[in-house]
Write a protein that binds this ligand. Structure first.
Ligand SMILES: Nc1nc2c(ncn2[C@@H]2O[C@H](COP(=O)(O)OP(=O)(O)O)[C@@H](O)[C@H]2O)c(=O)[nH]1
Ligand SMILES: [Mg+2]
Length: 296
């Protein structure tokens, strides 16, 4: 059955699904995570040059898995590489460490078939939660979330969360940094790091896409420790919000009425997306101070 979206596209009510899994040294976790996954059209594992058996474990447990080597550094670049390899109607962003519960995948897909372009996981909506986030990261996330909502006039409840799903056809509208763009050894482009989630959240709004938040309970990582550095990556996220807002302001922001009560869909657009975001240079306390000054 085809469902008609507000944008006029015919979308299937029974989409094929690509699960994209960024993984950096997650062999032990994949031993548990991969067997939990439902049967889907495609699973893409994006390896970040792991020095453990991440790739071997994935191939052994899931012979049909598509393994992709990322082209630069960082989770964002890994995801972009995975998106480029995805062939399903719907892409599900799925962490390799056990924190994403595969039982929630149908809720994300339901949100998309119900009309959303982007189904955004939220640990802070009723029904959501987290067994993984630290108090410090929780506070930082809340602060960044408030800044985003103020500057971009959004109503997100969980800015920095990696469990999301979207119709693959919206990817061109997000103008993510190409997986093919060359940079110097070890360098990163804007969006290559953990700020990718913020880039996505800002760009779906700038592109006027329909977003539905899906309550999600984040489980604890099974083994190992997070690759995220709360201060360094928090600063990257803050800089991202400011840059994305500058880009969005160059376009015309038209706020359309909210969707029917309860559906939690909001549209803002049309806004042009800035394709000229700078290469992200290393940043420290001074950048943080500068960024705060810009907000003030
Ligand atoms: N390929 C790849 N995966 C990464 C990279 N950084 C993080 N990941 C993966 O992204 C997911 C989330 O990372 P994690 O370290 O758990 O961060 P957290 O969930 O924000 O604490 C995990 O599956 C990681 O293995 C990277 O640079 N490359
Ligand atoms: Mg994690």
């Amino acid at each position: 059955m085809a469902i008609q979206t507000t944008r006029g596209h015919a979308r299937t009510a029974d989409p094929t699904i690509s699960i994209v899994i960024p993984a950096l040294n997650e062999a032990r976790n994949l031993e548990r995570v991969l067997p939990e996954l439902p049967a889907v059209h495609q699973v893409v594992l994006v390896d970040g040059g792991s020095v453990d058996d991440t790739v071997e474990v994935a191939r052994r447990l899931m012979p049909a898995v598509d393994v992709v080597q990322q082209t630069r550094r960082g989770k964002g670049n890994a995801l972009v590489c995975g998106f480029a390899a995805a062939t399903g109607d719907v892409v599900v962003m799925f962490d390799a460490d056990g924190s994403a519960d595969p039982a929630e995948i149908p809720a994300f897909v339901d949100a998309l078939t119900a009309g959303a372009d982007f189904a955004k996981g939220s640990r802070f909506r009723p029904g959501g939660g987290s067994h993984d986030i630290t108090r410090f990261r929780g506070l930082g996330n809340r602060f960044l979330n408030i800044v985003t909502n103020l500057l971009l006039r959004t109503r997100y409840t969980d800015l920095c969360y990696g469990y999301n799903a979207f119709w693959r056809e919206v990817l061109p509208q997000l103008a993510l940094p190409s997986h093919l763009s060359p940079v110097g050894a070890g360098a990163m482009l804007w969006g290559d790091g953990f700020e990718i989630e913020t880039v996505l959240n800002c760009r779906v709004v700038a592109a006027g896409l329909a977003v539905t938040e899906v309550p999600s309970i984040e489980r604890s990582r099974f083994f190992g420790v997070s690759n995220l550095n709360a201060v360094r990556d928090g600063v990257r996220v803050l800089r991202t919000i400011l840059a994305e807002r500058r880009a969005a302001r160059r376009g015309t922001v038209v706020e359309l009425p909210d969707s029917p009560a309860g559906s939690d869909v909001r549209r803002i657009g049309p806004v042009t997306v800035d394709h000229q975001l700078p290469v992200l240079t290393p940043c420290g306390a001074q950048d943080y101070a500068d960024a705060l000054e810009q907000i003030a």
